[in-house]
Design a binder for this molecule. Sequence first.
Ligand code: ZN
Length: 215
Amino acid sequence: MAEIYTSLISSQGGHAAAGKLLGVGRCPHCSVASPNLNRLWSDTFKAIGTQGWATYRCNSCNAVVCGEFIWEQGGLLKAISIWPDAKAAHEDVPQPARTFLQQAFETLHAPDAAAVMAGSAVDAMLKHHGYTEGSLYKRIDQALEDNLLTKGMADWAHEVRLGSNRPRHADADKPHVSSDEAKQSVEFAEALGNFLFVLTAKIDRGIAAAKAAEA
Ligand SMILES: [Zn+2]
């Protein structure tokens, strides 16, 4: 985690987290860059080395970020953890799908862009599994036929495909994707990546570790 911090201000009976939370690259809710995060509430910190909690609200999306902090030398409160944490595409997802997925996370504040990136991530994941021929429509159906995808996953993949086509082709009736639609598309791309790559890699590592333990 990058360094996330705030300073201390005097408050009744000790010190409290200051008004702004600094060092957060993107709001974990709306993904706006350098979010303006304003304090809602803070624990009282009594001495250097003590830990406590504080909450901050994003000025762009109104959502709340919660952090656990430690009082360090020099009057700084350093974040130990932030919830929710900024989203990162899992390293077990192969390229270029991982970069498309990461860009989908980082463009959630621009739903059309996020929906297109989610579609590209799904497309790249299927290509990695050897589905390279024809339209994405056909490749999703082929992956269903081959049992790589379940029926529910294929239906959802088609939704993501349709959502990414609308802004891409400047659809005459409905060119834009809503924020909720984009979120669902990105969620599916992430879930598909977990299913196709992250879980498989975890299982492979587990089997290898079990074999090594036996030997
Ligand atoms: Zn936000």
